[in-house]
Ligand binder design. Sequence first.
Ligand SMILES: *Cc1c(COP(=O)(O)O)cnc(C)c1O
Length: 491
Amino acid sequence: MLYESSRDESLKINPSQAIVQGLSSEGGLFVLKNLGENKIELDKIIGKSYYQIAHQVLKLFLDFTEEEIEACVDNAYKGKFSTEEITPLVELSDSYILELFHGPTSAFKDLGLSLLPQLTKTALDRLEDKDDILILTATSGDTGKAALEGFKDVDKVKIMVFYPNSGVSKVQERQMKIQDGKNVKVCAIEGNFDDAQSAIKEIFVDEKFKEELSRRNVKLSSANSINIGRLIPQVVYYFKAYSDLVVSGKIKRGDKVNFVVPTGNFGNILAGYYAKKIGLPVNNLVCASNANNVLYDFLTEGVYDRNRDFLKTISPSMDILISSNLERLLYYLTDGDNTYVNSLMTDLKEKGKYQISAELLAKLQGDFIAGYATNEETAKVIKEVYEKEGYLLDTHTAVGYKVLLEQELDGPSIVLSTASPYKFTGSVYESLFGQIEEADEFKLLVDLHEKTRVKIPSNLENLDKKEVLHNDLISKEEIAQYVAEKLGDLS
Ligand SMILES: *Cc1c(COP(=O)(O)O)cnc(C)c1O
């Protein structure tokens, strides 16, 4: 089983190497060439547990032994999620909500980032690699904490997380600043998420820097959804949701469903596309953006143009103008045309934009529908759904819900709920009860609970009482130097 770079067919490696390396040396993303050749039989997933479904899915993407896969899945999820179902499906009057926020940090990133460390450890063993791994990750808020929790105190791994200063919610920031673990570092960057992500991508292609690390017996890797070890676990819950609908009699085996995905870096929705490729009966994948609607423009007009203002919204985890995983989709939609993908990515880097052919756009629109929501629309939906259904949406999920409301889709629709409303308490509270003056976000958590009676996830309780362990703030130009200097502090 071989993965290749989306930009260069000659760069081929096995799954373990792809997980350990994260990103291809010339900047491409690793893709499985014959994705979709082997399909999952629905009989093998319907009515099965999350663990069993994960096993079936992972087998198609990894050359690990059955025992290795089983151990990875068990270690990732057993006892770490607040519900045995892992990703419960909730029925509303006109749709379903797939709750992906019952993990250790209350966002969907936990699904990928609980499993990635297990896959990384197994991959290192399989490769008989003696080096340590240094995970460098840029976060728009949720990846950082989930990666820190997943990798903390994992042998042979060190992790550094960079987040945009004042680009994440108060709760997200505090979650990261109190992170414990001997092998972790957290640092704020002056700039936005794209600045942080681009600076880290530069480090990954900096051969001199990597040589210096190599002398210290350290290899770089990534916990962003550019790593296949993070992306593949996300395919699982699409199948789990489908199985739940069949088991509860809401659909018949083989019926098609729609998934609505609040989207930023295009990782989550790409996992849905992978699910479809390997046999899940999917009608439409609905890509929901916030006011940073670069993907909406792309999916409707075929021009990807990041030359626009970066807007700060109430769904900060989707405040992104460069959606990295789109590159993988372009690879598959062109039947693996690495040269073409490479030329588009060169355009993106040099001009900040690229345009695809009308033919390719038509193909894209065969699988994907796009929409977006402004802050006001998002807030309105939170209030309406709460009043009508008694269900509390977080700001990201609300973007998805708003986009669903304006579509006419065939078959049942499942909105992926990517975070607990308590991660974005200030915005959710204001959506329901109107604007508030400078308030203490942590008191608001309790206040929101008292008013709605929706349970606060235990990992978000008393965040303000815990000790702050990380306070660094640097410019994006200083990241490489910071990494070199601080590496020695980690064990
Ligand atoms: C990361 C994130 C998203 C966006 O997911 P992508 O895989 O980057 O498209 C949406 N909502 C929340 C809460 C997130 O943390």
